[in-house]
Design a protein around this ligand. Structure first.
Ligand code: FAD
Length: 316
């Protein structure tokens, strides 16, 4: 059986649920080895929280990660991949994961597929392109199959894992140390879930007219992340880190609530794989209704507070 590597996806120092999704996808293709790359003294706690079909763990600790960032991570992973020669390497599809994947693909002379939404047992990846209007099935034919998989697109097997652990000692090469991080600022997360991993996303667009209180109110009642259209982020109404779409983030939550968003193709590109789409828009002709499972034609400032009250009432 072939050996498939997954890169353990970390939020801060904690294992994200995306890791179990990667393991589930990987187990279709072979035995899964989870790669943990962490600062000194951190990997033990990370390994103890792993779930999913993981047979073994390769753990690498390095004090260079904080100082040299992504190039250092990619360098260590490339060394392990070159040495162990897995058939595939699966990584979470976010900015950090995709940069690592690209660098490892170059360093190991391998093919790469990004933003896959599914992977079959024979390594064939499924991608949705051109704003989700076209489905592509493709397979890597050269080197290690390096694929990034969008969070929330694979149903995770979260059974307890009891993997064999191999601690590996590696040094970051000099070439990967050419950039030094001189200062960092922690991302202010607030109390809401991370946008790309949330089960529910409530997004606001130009229809909010800059007032996101109603959108945030519903999001908090649902335990959801807040997203925004580019019209809203470009206007400075909401941070660009919350933008959903072609030039923003791609989300695939169980529930996506689009409020005051018209449904331009560039916005759809980032959200139309959501399992259920609910639309609140006062224009019955808005194109976003074409992809809605449930639509409310109405003023968001009237509809959202009522929906929020309803959610809170049901919870209590
Ligand atoms: C290269 C490129 C990349 C792009 N990338 C992205 C991207 O990543 N993400 C993205 O979102 N866009 C992107 N865009 C922009 C995109 O084309 C649209 O301009 C943008 O999505 C529109 O945002 P919107 O739906 O909020 O605004 P609008 O299109 O102006 O729609 C506002 C909607 O709100 C409704 N509305 C108004 N008031 C209310 C109310 N009180 N209650 C209920 N409904 C109300 C209106 O009926 C309307 O349907 C990109 C464009 C380009 C050219």
């Amino acid at each position: 059986m072939s050996n498939v590597f997954i890169l353990v996806d970390l939020q801060g120092d904690a294992v994200s649920k995306t890791t179990a999704e990667l393991a589930t996808a990987g187990a279709r293709m072979g035995d899964v080895t989870a790669i943990v790359v962490a600062a000194p003294g951190k990997s033990g706690a990370i390994v103890s929280t792993l779930t999913g079909p993981i047979s073994s763990v390769i753990s690498i600790e390095s004090e260079d990660l904080a100082t040299h960032g992504v190039p250092a991570y990619a360098d260590l992973i490339s060394q392990i991949v070159s040495e162990k020669k897995p058939s595939a390497l699966l990584i979470a599809s976010h900015a950090f994961g995709k940069e690592i994947a690209g660098r490892v693909a170059i360093a190991t002379d391998s093919g790469i597929i990004t933003d896959a939404v599914d992977v079959a047992a024979d390594g064939t990846a499924t991608q949705l392109v051109f704003g989700g209007s076209t489905t592509v099935h493709s397979k890597i034919s050269h080197g290690v199959s390096i694929m990034t998989i969008r969070p929330n697109t694979i149903e995770a097997n979260t059974a307890a894992a009891s993997p064999a652990i191999e601690n590996v000692s590696k040094s970051v090469s000099d070439v990967a140390k050419k950039v030094r991080i001189t200062a960092t600022q922690p991302f202010v997360k607030g109390g809401r879930p991370e946008l790309t991993e949330a089960n529910i996303v409530v997004s606001g667009g130009r229809g909010t007219n800059g007032d996101f209180a109603a959108v945030e109110g519903l999001a908090d009642a649902l335990g959801a992340a807040v997203g925004a259209s580019r019209a809203a982020t470009d206007a400075g109404w909401y941070p660009h880190t919350h933008q959903v779409g072609q030039t923003g983030k791609t989300v695939s939550p169980q529930l996506y609530v689009a409020c005051g968003i018209s449904g331009a193709i560039q916005h759809r590109a980032g959200m139309q794989t959501s399992k259920t789409i609910v639309v609140v828009n006062k224009d019955a002709e808005a194109p976003i209704f074409d992809i809605a499972d449930f639509g409310v034609i109405g003023d968001l400032f009237a509809v959202l507070p009522e929906a929020t009250e309803g959610v809170i009432a049901r919870k209590s």
